[in-house]
Design a protein around this ligand. Structure first.
Ligand code: GLY
Ligand code: MN
Ligand code: MN
Length: 480
């Protein structure tokens, strides 16, 4: 890692000031995804899929939370406005619309207050739907669209509000039963179909995720360089947020964790007011969302730019555990393999340091068998990463032929799956633990794309070796 010539983020492929952006990556991408869903529905006998986007959420009085679209809806549309619904009709005949969008109508007055909206006509044209209607016409039109169709496909029982809407639309169809109109008689959960698509990323998704990862890595470099004894957690968070926005990301992908000293032993500690004291470690788990895709990085570094011997011992154990997990990540192995590899290294390190009593556990196998490591390493080594930071998709294979009470096998990794690799150690003060390790919390997290022979780490523009972190921080201190 060259600390004097830090990496830069390549220019965005599209001008940020583009006033009327269409779907990121082009409409054809989303049309192809919709075609795959329609084909899966036809394979199940046809029917109509209903995919709503997220609702706006009130924060307090008349102020909303920043709006974030629903990930499934976005995956199939590229459309980011609230108040929208996608309808896919797998029984549409020739000349009938199969992909239909409901969205907000044009409204010059509201657009004066809240900004541009496409409206149905421009949305249909720009995003490549077969038809589009104002969202206010949804309750009149959806019953017509689902009438005489064999089945509904949607996120079954995932939302009280949407379940109630579906029931209302079904009731409206059933009310016409004496006129010979039939209502769908089956409902399928659409999410497993979408999850199986989302779990393997396409080239467009990978390019967005690489860029998100680069931005987040630069943000971590910036925070490391700004760190001095006495700095507050929220000041480091400000450095991260600045870098996310400066490089065009929409914001953090999840609540930023900036934890000084013992706070690092709280896994989801939100950046607070604490100062990073001379001799403390600082753990930062923070990353941006770019164009709907998350990144997820953790680095742990000394507030003063030099690890103490005890910190360095544990840091190198976690780093070795991460490397073991990286080495175990490739197409054809199961999802659990990187975790098992990391746990073995961590368990050995816990024995070697005496954090786990060598008199009580004869071997690393005993530590693993009795899960003695779990007191100091209580989370898994990774998760899927994508539009959601803990992305969609089962960790186990779905096999309809397995007996109902059998545990399905772990999912097999395939090329272009994306996941995090994030071992850690969290040692709280306790009488049965050597004092030199008290209150040390360390996590190291990188994002990986699975390849046929290994994995591509996309977050390594920020250093991870202890000596490289120290060099970056000392270089920044000299320049200050
Ligand atoms: N940032 C959440 C996680 O690492 O899983
Ligand atoms: Mn993570
Ligand atoms: Mn994380």
């Amino acid at each position: 890692m060259n600390t004097t010539n830090p990496p830069t983020v390549p220019a965005a492929p599209r001008a940020a000031a583009d006033p009327l952006p269409g779907p990121d990556g082009g409409a054809a991408l989303y049309r192809e995804r919709r075609e795959r869903v329609l084909a899966a529905m036809r394979a199940r006998g046809g029917g109509v899929a209903l995919v709503p986007t997220a609702s706006e959420a009130l924060r307090n009085r008349d102020a909303d939370y920043p709006y974030r679209h629903d990930s499934y809806f976005y995956y199939l549309t590229g459309f980011t406005e609230p108040d929208a619904l996608l309808v896919l009709d797998a029984n549409a005949g020739d000349g009938q619309p199969a992909a239909i969008l409901f969205c907000r109508a044009k409204n010059p007055e509201r657009e004066t207050w809240d900004g541009f909206r496409f409206g149905p006509d421009a949305a249909r044209e720009t995003f490549g739907f077969d038809a589009a209607f104002p969202i206010d016409e949804r309750d009149a039109r959806v019953p017509q669209l689902i009438a005489n169709r064999p089945a509904l496909h949607y996120a079954l029982a995932a939302s009280n509000g949407f379940d109630t809407q579906v029931r209302g639309w079904l009731d409206a169809v059933r009310a016409q039963s004496r006129s010979g109109v039939t209502a769908p008689s089956a409902a399928y959960d659409l999410l497993p179909v979408l999850d199986d698509m989302r779990i393997v990323k396409d080239a467009h998704e990978l390019s967005v995720m690489r860029r998100a990862a680069q931005i987040s890595a630069l943000a971590h470099r910036r925070a490391m360089a700004a760190c001095r004894p006495g700095i507050r957690e929220y000041e480091l968070e400000a450095e991260l947020l600045y870098a996310f926005r400066k490089h065009g990301a929409q914001g953090p992908a999840y609540g930023s964790i900036v934890a000084a000293g013992a706070n690092a032993c709280v896994l989801h500690y939100p950046a607070g007011n604490a100062s990073a004291r001379d001799g403390d470690l600082v753990l930062i788990d923070a990353a941006c969302e770019l164009n709907g895709y998350a990144s997820d990085i953790t680095r742990t570094f000394p507030a003063n730019g030099r690890f103490t011997p005890a910190q360095r011992e544990l840091y190198d154990i976690v780093l070795a555990a991460q490397q073991a997990a990286i080495d175990a990540t490739r197409a054809g192995v199961d999802f659990e393999a990187p975790h098992q590899a990391a746990v073995r290294v961590l368990a050995q390190g816990l024995l070697d340091t005496g954090i786990i009593d060598r008199a009580r556990f004869a071997s690393v196998d005993d530590v693993i068998a009795e899960r003695a490591y779990a007191r100091f390493y209580m989370h898994r080594t990774g998760h899927w990463l994508g539009m959601d930071v803990h992305d969609a998709g089962d960790y186990r294979e779905r096999d309809a032929n397995l007996p109902a009470d059998a545990t399905p096998p772990w999912r097999t990794l395939r090329p272009s799956m994306t996941l995090t690799i994030e071992p850690g150690l969290y040692v709280r003060a306790a009488d049965d633990v050597p004092e030199r390790y008290w209150d040390i919390g360390i996590r190291i997290e990188d994002d990986a794309i699975v390849t046929a022979t290994g994995c591509e780490l996309i977050t390594r523009d920020v250093p991870v070796e202890a000596a490289e972190i120290e060099a970056l921080m000392q270089d920044a201190q000299r320049r200050a």
